[in-house]
Ligand binder design. Structure first.
Ligand SMILES: [Zn+2]
Length: 119
């Protein structure tokens, strides 16, 4: 497999995710913290909901960033294409569709099932 190409692709992905995180964080900080002081409770509630939503998007993007960074480090250590959990090779079709895959189909499904249970 041509990891050079994958590396370029992942670096691009990393740049994009980092950019999105920076944008969201900048948007968060531009909000005036004293703005809410005299607001009624209902408004405060809605505003905190919104803040919560953008934070959860940032969390998601941060996870994505970590995943891409991890995949890049796997290329450097020559373990790219191996499942993090069981060490089995990840299907090439899966890697082609999702270059930042760190788990084989089976382990991914297990992880997804666990995540669904938690939510
Ligand atoms: Zn696996």
């Amino acid at each position: 497999m041509d990891t050079k190409e994958v590396k370029q692709l992942l670096k691009k992905q990393l740049d994009e995710v980092t950019l999105q995180i920076n944008k969201l964080e900048a948007a968060d900080q531009s909000e005036d913290p004293t703005r809410d002081i005299d607001n009624v409770t209902e408004d405060d509630y809605l505003e905190s909901e919104e803040g919560f939503r953008s934070q959860s998007i940032i969390d998601k993007l941060t996870n994505e960033k970590k995943r891409v960074e991890h995949t890049l480090s796997k290329i450097d250590t020559d373990t790219y294409g191996q499942c993090d959990e069981c060490g089995e090779p990840i299907l090439l079709e899966r890697l082609a569709a999702l270059p930042a895959s760190n788990l084989c189909m089976e382990c991914q499904e297990k992880q997804d099932a666990q995540r669904n249970l938690r939510n």
